[in-house]
Design a protein around this ligand. Structure first.
Ligand code: ADP
Length: 202
C-alpha cells in the first residue's frame, strides 16, 4: 500500500482554514480534523473521561458523563494548573486518535491526507511528521472583520481570541505553502487550492 501524502493545514481564526479544508475534501483528499477528535475524547464515553474523573473528580463531568466545559473554565480561573493537567490527559489521546484515523484513511486507499491541526506550528512532532505545511493567511484586520461577522462577536472579543493564538509571523515562518486569502473571492481561493492540489498530484 503506497503511503499517502501528509499535508498539514493551519491558519488563525477567520483565515479561511475551514473553507480550504472543505475544498480539499471536494478534490478527494481525506481530512483529519484534530478539533473534532479532541471534542470526541471529552464527550460522554470519550477516551479521556475515565482519567478526567480520576484527576478532577466527578464534579467536572455532566450528568451524561461528558466533560463539563463551563465548570472546567471556572476551575481554570481559580487553579492555574488545571488547564495544563487537562491538556496532559487529552493531547496524547488526540495524538493516538489522529494516528489511528490516518491509518484507517491509508488502508481505505487515501492518497492525500490533510491534517487540520490548530497547534501544528507549536508542535515539533507534527512538523516532523508532515510532508508539507500549508498556512491559510490574511491580514489581522480581515480576520477580525470575518470573525465579528461570522460569530457576532465584538472587536475586543475577537482580538482576545487572536492574542491567545500563534502569531501570524510564527505561522508564516512554519509554512511550506501559503494560501493568501485576502481581497479575493471564494472562487479564487478554490482555484488556489486546486492549483496546489494539482502540484501535489491530486
Ligand atoms: P476559519 O476556519 O479559519 O476560522 P472560515 O473558513 O470559517 O475560517 O472562514 C471565516 C469566514 O469568512 C466564513 O464565514 C467564510 O465563509 C468567510 N470567508 C473566508 N474566506 C473568504 C473569502 N475569500 N471571501 C469571502 N468570505 C470568506
Amino acid at each position: 500500500m503506497a503511503a499517502a501524502l501528509r499535508l498539514g493545514l493551519t491558519g488563525g481564526i477567520g483565515s479561511g482554514k475551514s473553507t480550504v479544508a472543505s475544498q480539499w475534501v471536494k478534490l478527494g483528499a481525506r481530512l483529519i480534523d484534530a478539533d473534532v477528535l479532541a471534542r470526541a475524547t471529552t464527550a460522554a464515553g470519550g477516551a479521556a473521561i475515565p482519567k478526567i474523573r480520576e484527576v478532577f473528580g466527578p464534579a467536572l463531568l455532566s450528568a451524561e458523563g461528558a466533560l463539563d466545559r463551563d465548570k472546567m473554565r471556572q476551575l481554570a480561573f481559580t487553579d492555574a494548573t488545571a488547564r495544563a493537567r487537562l491538556e496532559a490527559i487529552v493531547h496524547p489521546l488526540v495524538g493516538d486518535a489522529i494516528a489511528q484515523a490516518a491509518q484507517q484513511a491509508t488502508a481505505a486507499g487515501a492518497t492525500h491526507i490533510v491534517f487540520d491541526i490548530p497547534l501544528l506550528v507549536e508542535s515539533a512532532h507534527w512538523r516532523r511528521n508532515l510532508q508539507q505545511v500549508m498556512v491559510v493567511d490574511c491580514t489581522t484586520e480581515t480576520q477580525i472583520q470575518r470573525v465579528m461577522q461570522r460569530n457576532g462577536l465584538s472587536r475586543a472579543e475577537v482580538e482576545n481570541i487572536m492574542a491567545a493564538q500563534t502569531s501570524r509571523t510564527q505561522r508564516l515562518r512554519a509554512a511550506d505553502v501559503v494560501l493568501f486569502n485576502d481581497g479575493i473571492h471564494l472562487d479564487e481561493l478554490a482555484l488556489q487550492v486546486q492549483q496546489i492540489a494539482k502540484q501535489f498530484g491530486l
